[in-house]
Design a protein around this ligand. Sequence first.
Ligand SMILES: [Zn+2]
Length: 107
Amino acid sequence: MPTPYNMAFACLSCRKSFKREFNLAEEKPKELKCPECGGVAHNLGRHFKAPKKNNLKQWQKIAFLLEHGFRFQKICIEENSIETVPYPETLEAAKEFVVKYKNYAIK
Ligand SMILES: [Zn+2]
């Protein structure tokens, strides 16, 4: 039996995230329907932690990163290195981040 694991989905309109279980072998959707508003909930992977609902700045940052192809995927700069690039903490830092790492964006 494959081990199921959780992926986090976030709805930017509701500013909420929820988890869904997937098997590794299964195709993992990039988007699901938000259970609250019926809008789009984005797959932000296994490591995403949602900010508080009223933390607008953080949600803006997430929306900005998503727009630029960053879904909290791991970014390894050096080959064969386990070190990954930390995601930016603020929207301001995110603006530099998406330029610096644009080659790692998911199209
Ligand atoms: Zn929603």
